[in-house]
Design a protein around this ligand. Sequence first.
Ligand SMILES: Cc1cc2nc3c(=O)[nH]c(=O)nc-3n(C[C@H](O)[C@H](O)[C@H](O)COP(=O)(O)OP(=O)(O)OC[C@H]3O[C@@H](n4cnc5c(N)ncnc54)[C@H](O)[C@@H]3O)c2cc1C
Length: 379
Amino acid sequence: MKYDVIVIGASPAGLMAAWKAAEGGANVLLLEKRKSFNSAPSPADTSFDGFFKMIGLEPKEEYIIHKVKGMNIISPFGTTITIETPGFSIDRKKFDAYYTEKARDAGAEIKMNSEAMALNGDGVVVKEGESKKRYNGEIFVLASGIQSEIVKATGLKTMKYPEDLAYAMQAEMEGVEVDENYFHYFLGKEVAPGWKATISPKGDGKASAGVFVRGEEPRKYFDRFLQRGMFDEAKILHVSDGADQIITMPNELVGDRLMVAGGAAGQAGIAYGMVAGMLCGEVAAEAVKKKDSSKRFLSRYERRWKKKFLNHYRVGRFGLKTIEKMPDEELDEAMRALEGVDISQQLSKHDNVILNSLSMGFLLLLKNPKLIRFVKYLL
Ligand SMILES: Cc1cc2nc3c(=O)[nH]c(=O)nc-3n(C[C@H](O)[C@H](O)[C@H](O)COP(=O)(O)OP(=O)(O)OC[C@H]3O[C@@H](n4cnc5c(N)ncnc54)[C@H](O)[C@@H]3O)c2cc1C
């Protein structure tokens, strides 16, 4: 038997790809190496209503465990900018199970405890417990995450700047004393060079606390972050680590009979991975109907995704690279100019992420013309 579409990895991207390809009429197999969704769930456990709206999905009560009103961004010297933008923490076991059911209901076959070892001609060699099997397919969607050897073996340069990966450590905790109405993001070289430290409340004192850094090992910063007062009475339940593709920039996403989606393709974040998976699934189903699984046909996925979202990553990369060049004192000064500004309103003024970012820049200059000297960091 030959499947139309074989999806490798039940990541947010993989689950959506399997769901949408099956919904489009393709005969789909999803392979996941974990034994069950209860074993080693992903540490990625927060998102925002705005992201889900942007990708055309509703976040579901079935997997939401805590809601926040927005986020606090905290400068190295404690200046806090609050952005009112509703968000939520999710139970990843429930989230993964929810979208697995969607894929299964649409007709996809799901195999857990099935690790794809290698693509070989029109098949994939899979380790299932002690035995090896081979499944044949026409189109392969690789959604198996950043460490995926199977993606590396394709030779595709899926990320433009793989050297810019951020490395993270995150702890699940209880007894954390923090305002549970907001996610908290801490910036600055002393806290987390190259990216951020986070506290994501989950209600009743539970929270995940993580440190994400670029160019250094996260351990030192993680240990230091957990010395903060809000963790004085806290107990660590579990620690995980991983890599965040935040500014690596999606690059080459398709080959003949191949599509790569999610973290493996530099599409950082749950929502961006989900929408990449949705587009992969839709294009795979179209390709099956047209009997054309060439790179040329599958490039529709890459074009559609990049047209909608690549600028978001360009702005994000530009922003983080700029912050990286600024001494902590100057980052604090820039953030002080934003105090009292309705940032969520500013950032949704236009339907264009670059225009919104430019108008934020002008607003900063209006509020503190001395910031014009920071233009040097933009070059
Ligand atoms: C500590 C940490 C916290 C984060 N928190 C957030 C957050 O709160 N919100 C957010 O939006 N983003 C967060 N991110 C970023 C986020 O993890 C990624 O951008 C993305 O969601 C991860 O999805 P992924 O596509 O990389 O796949 P993964 O989540 O890594 O999933 C890959 C899946 O493929 C399976 N797999 C791997 N290899 C094989 C194989 N050979 N055969 C079969 N199956 C295989 C794995 O078991 C896994 O289920 C976080 C990142 C880190 C490191």
